[in-house]
Ligand binder design. Structure first.
Ligand code: SAM
Length: 465
């Protein structure tokens, strides 16, 4: 059993690195900061701390107006964040234990006892005056909502009726959501298999989303069991994917468009689909599942290895070679095939063979402002100018990829951001630039909620005019 004090010490260090600009994932994998046997514990504690960092900082400023030395400050704020975190936050220790262990952590990290006594005095004062202090701290919005002030201001401007609900959703723990592989099983059969293992789903709460998702295959689980232990994981009967993300392939390759593509395949045309930013491959494999089902439904099943290239080809691009390996791993677990290329999607001349694509998914790199509940470090890592800068990159990618799309082909532009500069604004600019682009109905902005992440999508068709 690892002492909580060592975990607190490592968490304080990890969070300090995040505040200096490193992603939490990166820090957790750095053995010089977090020893491998501590990783899971430190991750759970860091999540709780980052979700309460705004409040913790404001409290520290009230309790100790003169900023302590950085390591002491980090440990103090870490302990304060855990003292104010929700009971189910992954850090459910009593106040007494937390304070004692934080003091032990301070002793272990400092040769003198001064910092330990300082931390002890501050934390005990916080416990005595908790209510008055938290009320006073909450006068700052950064403390009340636990997001940077610029982020709160931007959301309030863009979403006057929803900004508080978005910020509240960002504080929730996300559910585990599966995408059932309809090429292998059905939602009913898989739900029954889960039930046999005692795994409950929130099926009925999904009902309002069903028409949107078109042959919905999403299952939100009530708890968060280890996925490897769920039925037929190794056989590829399901993938882990958020509901909003499942909307991407479902909208790009919706039933109506798939019927059109299958019709063309019947006339001997080989369907070409591009996933331009593919890693780890969640949407690549979904696109393939939808193609497999459509061809099977049309009496043209793609069963054996040799059949794979017969009706369709899926090309998956990824800039980052290490991440591209994840695409291969996912394809192999699901027993699927795609042409995986390591390339910059915007540099078309470097990877395109000149044969147009019938459908393109651009799941573009973005600020990830819609998946804050899964990555609580994101809000503290981003800067105000980031959404605009990412939007520029996204527009350039859209324009380059558009040249590779066939006439009457479709392109879905998606980001996991809630900021308009990485969504609606880019859609408008793109439609002004590309006269052949026609906007089709799509979901648009998914506001983060209990059931799904924040996400944006826009669907375009290339007209012949
Ligand atoms: C939002 S993630 C994609 C998630 C993926 N579609 C899925 O559902 O599993 C964006 C990916 O784009 C990659 N990327 C960033 N810039 C790129 C570029 N210029 N060309 C190709 N891939 C790029 C990133 O490395 C990252 O893996």
């Amino acid at each position: 059993m690892l002492a909580l004090s060592s975990q607190l010490g490592a968490t304080a260090k990890a969070v300090a690195f995040v505040m200096a600009g490193r992603s939490l994932n990166d820090v957790l994998l750095d053995g010089s900061v977090v020893k491998p046997d501590m990783r899971a514990g430190v991750q759970a504690l860091s999540f709780a701390v980052l979700r309460n960092w705004g409040m913790a900082r404001a409290l520290r400023e009230l309790l100790a107006p003169r900023e302590p030395m950085p390591p002491v400050d980090a440990l103090l704020c870490t302990a304060l964040a855990l003292l104010v975190s929700e009971p189910d936050s992954g850090a459910s220790y009593t106040d007494f234990t937390l304070v004692n262990q934080a003091v032990d952590a301070a002793k272990a990290h400092s040769k003198t006892r001064t910092s330990a006594s300082f931390i002890n005095a501050i934390l005990r004062r916080f416990l005595r005056e908790r209510e008055a202090l938290t009320q006073q701290a909450a006068r700052s919005e950064e403390a009340q909502y636990n997001h940077p002030q610029w982020w709160i201001d931007q959301l309030r401007r863009e979403q006057p009726g929803n900004w508080q609900a978005i910020l509240a959703a960002n504080q929730m723990k996300p559910p585990l959501t599966l995408r059932v592989n309809l090429a292998k099983t059905t939602v009913v059969e898989f739900t029954e298999l889960l039930a046999l293992q005692g795994v409950a789903t929130l099926g009925t709460e999904m009902a309002p989303l069903q028409p949107l998702l078109d042959k919905a295959c999403g299952l939100v689980l009530r708890d968060t069991p280890a996925v490897q232990g769920l039925p037929h994981y190794a056989d590829g009967w399901f993938s882990v994917q958020d509901i909003a993300a499942q909307g991407a392939a479902a909208q790009l390759l919706n039933d109506e468009f798939l019927a059109r593509l299958v019709g063309r395949a019947k006339q001997g045309h080989k369907i070409r689909v591009l996933d331009a930013c593919a890693a780890p491959g969640g949407k690549t494999t979904h696109l393939i599942e939808r193609l497999l089902c459509a061809f099977a439904d049309a009496g043209m099943p793609v069963l054996s290895g040799e059949d794979w290239g017969k009706h369709f080809e899926v090309v998956a691009l990824e800039l980052d070679a290490k991440r591209a390996r994840r695409v291969h791993e996912n394809l192999s677990r699901l027993k699927q095939r795609a042409v995986v290329k390591i390339a910059d999607a915007a540099q078309v001349a470097n990877w395109w063979d000149g044969v147009p694509f019938d459908a393109i998914l651009l799941d573009a790199p973005c600020t990830a402002s819609g998946i804050v509940r899964r990555h609580p470090d994101v809000r503290w890592l981003r800067r105000e100018s980031d959404a605009g800068a990412m939007g520029h990159i996204q527009l350039a990618m859209l324009q380059s990829l558009w040249t590779t799309l066939a006439a009457q082909g479709r392109l879905l532009y998606a980001t996991c951001s809630v900021f308009q500069l990485e969504g609606e604004v880019i859609k408008r600019q793109f439609l002004q630039i590309e006269r052949q682009a026609k906007a089709l109905d799509s979901h648009g902005l998914w506001l983060p909620s209990l059931l799904h992440d924040g996400f944006y999508d826009a669907l375009f068709e290339k007209t012949t005019a």
